[in-house]
Every structure is written in structure tokens, then in C-alpha cells.
Design a protein around this ligand. Sequence first.
Ligand code: ADP
Ligand code: MG
Length: 256
Amino acid sequence: MITIAIANQKGGVGKTTTAINVATAMAAVGWRTLLVDLDPQGNASTGLGVGSAERDYTSYDLLLGESDLAQCSVATKIPNLTLVPGTVDLSGAEIELVSGDHRTQRLRNALADAPHDICFIDCPPSLGLLTLNALGAANSLLVPLQCEFFALEGLSQLLQTVEQVKGRFNPQLVIVGIVLTMYDRRNRLTEQVAEDVRETLGELVFEEVIPRNVRLSEAPSHGLPALLYDHQCAGSRAYMNLARELIGRIGAKETA
Ligand code: ADP
Ligand code: MG
């Protein structure tokens, strides 16, 4: 299984929107897809229409080793897409894990026998133990970057964390790509930042950019990925293209 952590310690940069829509796009083209909601806010779960009543077993139980993956998995409306929901309990996990054994390996162990082709992990906006568990479980990191003035500043801290994770417990971890989000062609600052980011990070940056698109922000309130809510909007098309580009980078699906 290919496991991709979607992380950036900044909030509101498009992690969850990217997680939901790229996961949906992958499921739509036939990949058996798992999405793990590792954010105490549970936005990915809500955005996929999985309400609190359906969150009996969550990524918290998975991390603490209290339930296995099958128990924590919830089917979504999207064929091929399974969710491990997140709840506010996760904020406690951050503390409970501090004293545990293999505290950065919990998620990796829990996902070891997953029957999926690909797994996305939607991280919280911090570089704490939850995100470290995601980076410990992942082969790859996908970083959404909002085109704003301080975008690159936060990134260097994230890249430093990646180096530490590689050195300490997950040498295989690679950055699969950086995606520019909330891109606004009419805004000169956006263009300037995008240019700077591409100059600094080169081919790490996906060619596809995600436009600022109101349909993307409306979809979660309907409990639907944008790709189902309005599959023709600019945001949905961008996420389909991003998924295509992602497949180009990770390679074709392994056939079992
Ligand atoms: P994060 O998970 O990094 O905190 P979200 O994906 O939740 O970020 O996005 C933050 C807010 O911005 C949400 O309200 C979301 O609906 C909105 N949003 C995200 N991406 C876009 C976009 N490309 N265009 C418009 N709104 C967006
Ligand atoms: Mg989020």
C-alpha cells in the first residue's frame, strides 16, 4: 500500500480539502482508497458525510491500539473509499502517546495489513505526535501550500521535521509533491509567491494548481467531496488533474 500523509503545520491551507478530493479522485479511477482523519476537528469525516453518530471507532482507537483497522473503517458514499473517522478524542491521544512505547510507530503498525491500494492521512495543523505518527506511517508526504506571503517560511520547518523523521524512524519517507492551493490568477501576490515557490523547490511542486473556488468550500457542508457535489467546477477538475499527476509520480497501481 502507498501511504501519503497530507501535512502542513499551518491551518487553513487546504489539507483537508485536498485529502477528501484527491482520495475521491483516486477511488473514482479504481484504487481501493483509505482516508485516515487524524485531525481532532474531524473535518475530513464531516466533509465525507460521516457524522458523529457514525464515529464509534476512530483513528484515536487505532492509534491507541484499542481497535483494529477493520473495526475503525467506515464505508463512505463513494465506492472504493473507506474512512477512518477522527474525533476530538485525538487531542488527548497527543498526550497519552507521549509516555507510550513506539509512540511514533503506532499508526504504521495499525495500517500494516490494510487491504487498500492507497491510504491518505489528513493531518492536524501542528507538528506534534499525531503528525509524527502520520509521517512515520507514510511512504510519501504531500504538502498543500497556500499562495500567501509567508508560505515558504513555514515550509522550511516542515522540511526539517521530515529530515528528522527520516533520520530517526522512517528512512523511506519522500516528499511526493507540493501543491499550490487557493490559487487566484487575478491576484498578483499569488502569482509572485507561486513563482518564488517554483524557483526554490523546482520539480517538487506539482504543475497543477488548485484554484480558489467557492464550490470546493461549499461541498463539505453537504457532506460531499466537490467531485460529487459539482464534478465540473474548476476545483473538481483541478483535483482530478492533480490525482492524475500524482499517479504519474507514484506509479501505476500494483495488481494483486
Ligand atoms: P486545512 O485542512 O489545511 O486546515 P481546509 O482544507 O480545511 O484546510 O481549508 C480551509 C478552508 O478553506 C475551508 O473552509 C475550505 O473549505 C476552504 N478551502 C480550501 N481550499 C479551497 C479552495 N481551493 N478554494 C476555496 N476555498 C477553499
Ligand atoms: Mg484540516
